[in-house]
Ligand binder design. Structure first.
Ligand code: G1P
Ligand code: ZN
Length: 562
């Protein structure tokens, strides 16, 4: 041990410099932050520009602020953390809480913002988009003091600044090792202090999960069944091993792809039947009772039962809503209502109706749940895009969703499939599917959307009948482009998706994705309700095929996209 007492922190002098830069076109945050190909992001000054604009968008809140920074482990994260430390110092941020090695899941960052009461946080992720130096995506997003994604007026401000930027501020001689937990204080230009606190990425999050769920009960349940968890080489790997393994006792062979890789092993870190096909295969061949997969930054989840029985995210949300009282957190905290994004099926609404709770339909994107959560109007919310979460934080939370399911299974002593069948028997079944047409040319897709707009604007289309090849007819009962008035701040968001409703209760929705990094992605969502028990166990593919066909007829999507 050293012969002198080690001070709790080191002081080190650094200097700010102002670096001239030029505007980069297209730094407009989408549904969830700015996402671009790595090559675009790694151009000289590109990342610095966006970081500078993000910090400046904070306005008067910037000087003296405390921010959190963490990322999903993809290529570019450590580089970005280093730049953010240097630029935060130069922009008069007082304190930066940095995840060790720059790695922290999106829900965990949201939690740190809330528990440490910081001014906000910067999350380095392109979520479920592929990563890596060659052809992968990178992303940066800002979360506000409530722990949730910045609202549109904030991201609009970032974009506006990015169109005018002439210089950025950086402390180039600041060296900070963020691979070790600890606190360092830097003195910028001999005038103000800047503190960097490197924190363990797991501790606070694990504690929060222990406060929400009954770990003892889940641990007992896991003595009798096997589970399989797939992190798709994303950020949840260490969280999953610690929570499901060390804490809840699942043996080592319960985990797939829990080592974080900067390119996610070349895969697409999106937990769905396509990109988590290895989980589906292992579940169908093995004797696991429960399976879960998570996306790159840990906010999405997919839930499977024995023999790879698939739970749609829409049903997962409705089942959790129906069983909330089995989770200790919701026994202690009021549940006033639920919310779902507009394209998500109305399975949740049926539970809300029976339970006498409010139910809100919001535009796509987690940021639209923020006000409702903050106001205590909702305790649970979700999206069809494999996002489920509650008011414990202000992001969707993959690990939380898997734990919610395990708690429900442990309490109900039923299999996943039995829980679903009971649910459908009680509430009826909403069949749901989504088709994604990726990497399309932008112009024809825009034309298609314009034509759909004309279709919904023409009231003469109400009552029109369209027939599928199989002979099933659909009569248009209502059509619009979804608009939303936020019940808390009365802000209005328009053009959130073309909706066409049919008289038999089916509907389709079409919208352009706001998270893609190039070209256009068209999303087609189709759902229908079935109250007849006999038909509830049919496959969604079979039940929805005629309506999908009619959606393609009305939109002329094959013609527009080829
Ligand atoms: C997609 C999903 C949306 C989700 C978002 C971020 O956005 O559809 O539900 O909130 O990713 O995970 P989109 O690409 O459709 O704009
Ligand atoms: Zn994500």
């Amino acid at each position: 041990s050293p012969p002198f007492p080690v001070p709790p922190f080191f002081l080190s002098g650094v200097n700010m410099s102002e670096v001239a830069t030029q505007v980069f076109a297209g730094q407009k945050p989408g549904t969830s932050g700015l996402r671009k190909r790595v090559e675009e992001f790694m151009q000289d000054h590109y990342m610095e520009n966006f970081i500078q604009c993000t910090l400046e968008a904070m306005g008067n809140d910037l000087p003296g602020s405390t921010l959190v920074v963490g990322g999903d482990g993809r290529y570019g994260v450590t580089l970005a953390v280093d730049k953010i430390i240097k630029m935060a110092a130069a922009n008069k941020v007082s304190k930066l809480i940095v995840a060790k090695d720059g790695i922290m899941s999106t829900p965990a960052v949201s939690n740190v913002i809330r528990t440490q009461k910081t001014t906000g946080g910067i999350i380095l992720t392109a979520s479920h988009n592929p990563g890596g130096q060659n052809g992968g995506d990178f992303g940066i997003k800002f979360n506000c003091a409530n722990g949730g994604p910045a609202p549109t007026d904030f991201t609009d401000k970032i974009y506006k600044l990015s169109c005018e930027i002439k210089s950025y501020r950086i402390c180039n001689n600041l060296q900070c090792d963020f691979s070790k937990v600890g606190t360092t204080t830097f003195v910028v230009d001999g005038s103000h202090d800047f503190v960097v606190e490197v924190v363990d990425s797991l501790d606070d999050y694990v504690q929060m999960m222990k406060d929400i769920f009954d770990f003892g009960m889940i641990k007992d349940y896991l003595k009798s069944v096997k589970i399989l968890v797939n992190s798709l080489h994303g950020v949840t790997g260490p969280y999953a091993e610690r929570i499901f393994g060390s804490e809840l006792g699942a043996p080592a062979d319960s985990f797939l792809k829990t080592n974080i890789l900067p390119d996610f092993g070349g895969g697409h870190p999106d937990p769905n039947l396509t990109y988590a096909a290895d989980l589906v295969k292992a579940m169908s061949e093995g004797d696991y009772a429960f399976g879960a997969a998570f996306d790159g930054d840990g906010d999405r989840n997919m839930i499977l039962g024995a023999k790879a029985f698939f739970v749609t995210p829409c049903d997962s949300l409705a089942v959790i809503a129906n069983n909330l009282e089995l989770i200790p957190y919701f026994q202690k905290n009021p549940v006033n209502g639920y919310a779902r994004s507009m394209p998500t099926s109305a399975a949740l609404d049926r539970v809300a109706q029976v339970k006498g709770k409010e139910c809100f339909e919001t535009p796509t994107g987690w940021k639209f749940f923020g006000n409702l959560l903050d106001a205590g109007r909702i305790a649970l919310c979700g999206e069809e895009s494999f996002g489920t979460g509650s008011d414990h934080i202000r992001e969707k939370d993959g690990i939380w969703a898997a734990l919610a399911w395990l708690q429900i299974l442990a309490a109900r002593k039923q299999s996943v499939e039995e829980v679903l069948k009971d649910h459908w028997a009680t509430y009826g079944r909403n069949f749901f599917t989504r088709y994604d047409y990726e990497n399309c040319e932008s112009d024809p897709c825009q034309k298609m959307m314009d034509e759909l707009q004309a279709f919904v604007d023409d009231s003469g289309n109400i009552g029109k009948v369209f027939t599928s090849q199989s002979g099933k007819s659909f009569e248009v009962s209502k059509a619009d482009n979804f608009a939303y008035t936020d019940p808390i701040d009365n802000s209005i968001t328009t053009k959130q998706g073309i909706r066409v409703f049919f008289s038999d209760g089916s509907r389709f929705v079409m919208r352009l994705s706001g998270t893609g990094s190039s070209g256009a992605t068209v999303r087609l969502y189709v759902d229908t309700f079935e109250g007849d028990k006999e038909k509830q166990t049919k496959s969604a593919a079979e039940m929805l095929a005629p309506c999908i066909e009619v959606a393609l007829q009305i939109s002329k999507l094959p013609t527009y996209t080829g």
